[in-house]
Design a protein around this ligand. Structure first.
Ligand SMILES: NC(=O)c1ccc[n+]([C@@H]2O[C@H](COP(=O)([O-])OP(=O)(O)OC[C@H]3O[C@@H](n4cnc5c(N)ncnc54)[C@H](OP(=O)(O)O)[C@@H]3O)[C@@H](O)[C@H]2O)c1
Length: 301
């Protein structure tokens, strides 16, 4: 079964329901050569994963470039994939002594141009503001988003790690619909279910992207009793359904009506394939709540 596309009706746009994340690309024990990255992109495409989640800062500002070298060598890939990238985090270094955020129009424009150059593409499908900037000016941001879209350099803008009020503030002055809010969410980080983040997605008609879906791998190397019990429950359901624990885990995200889009972080080709097959193992409402209960260590009220 191929990973399906998920539609963003307000944007006349779709991406694969699972997205491949580039944060850990440079940590792959098999390397980050053009050949290895090409193999990973091909594996994703073979299973219907056509969307890749970058950020300017990933891999010490080098992962966009590593990926771009693959697109340069295999330009036919460009029409088969969708590229998401992010901007706004400024890491300390020779230019700045202090880590900070920059959502000024000059910096957003500079970052977009730099990502286009490094990725070797003419247009970015999606650009997200990586973190909410306490100094962000929604009027200035909207103006530059609009200008860049009109120039044909970016198709859609969105945000990441925004609270509901931050999202609403920006959306209230930006004429086009923001495409997503990419947030941390997993069995070990369930706040977006309860703090209004996913309610807002339904209300505004977008699909949230969710990062660290395996809690950075912690689901599979549990440290506490609760974490161990969570993995055991995933394994019990997997045995009952004749699949693997990771497939149950990824299936858990699919029940939510907001249409959550997990961003995969594994560098392992077999684990990419396994995740892609999660659609064959739907969970019942009771199974969904059982996993929530065991992971939170308490039943719902
Ligand atoms: N917007 C943001 O602020 C933000 C922040 C963080 C991440 N992200 C995005 O989200 C993506 C995913 O985040 P993530 O990398 O933290 O995802 P993740 O899946 O939660 O963590 C990946 C880690 O878990 C391990 N892992 C995954 N599946 C496993 C399995 N079945 N068994 C054992 N270990 C497993 C991986 O090791 P192996 O490689 O060995 O499988 C890897 O070390 C990133 O690439 C990035 O695109 C966005």
């Amino acid at each position: 079964m191929m990973v399906p596309q998920i539609e963003f009706p307000k944007h006349n746009f779709s991406i694969s329901r699972l997205v491949y994340g580039i944060w850990r690309l440079h940590e792959d024990p098999l390397g980050a050569t053009v050949e290895r990255i090409y193999e990973k992109i091909q594996t994703c495409l073979n299973f219907g994963i056509d969307t890749f989640d970058h950020a300017d800062i990933y891999g010490d500002f080098e992962n966009e470039e590593r990926f771009g070298r693959v697109l340069e060598k295999h330009p036919s890939l460009k029409s088969k994939i969708k590229i998401i990238t992010k901007c706004g985090i400024q890491v300390p270094g020779s230019k700045f002594p202090t880590k900070h955020y920059n959502t000024s129009k000059e910096h957003i424009r500079y970052s977009v141009e730099r990502s286009l150059h490094k990725l070797k593409v003419d247009v970015l499908d999606v650009v997200l503001i990586h973190r909410p900037d306490p100094l962000m000016d929604p009027y200035e941001m909207s103006e530059v988003f609009d200008a860049i879209i009109k120039e044909g350099k970016v198709k859609h803008f969105g945000v990441s790690n925004f609270t509901t009020t931050q999202f609403q503030m920006l959306q209230s002055v930006y004429d086009r619909p923001l495409i997503t809010n990419q947030v941390e969410f997993s069995l070990f980080c369930t706040e977006p279910l309860f703090d209004g983040t996913f309610d807002q997605a339904i209300q505004f008609g977008f699909h949230p992207m969710v990062w660290s879906p395996t809690a950075g791998g912690r689901i599979f190397s549990p440290k506490t009793d609760t974490e161990t019990q969570t993995l055991q429950k995933l394994q019990v359901f997997a045995k009952e359904k004749g699949c693997s624990a990771d497939q149950i885990l990824y299936s858990w995200f699919l029940n939510h009506p907001a249409g959550l889009i997990p961003v995969l972080g594994t560098n392992d080709l077999k684990r990419i394939q396994s995740a892609a097959e999660c659609f064959s193992y739907p969970l019942t409402r009771v199974e969904w709540f059982t996993l929530l209960e065991v992971a939170r260590g308490r039943e719902v009220a």
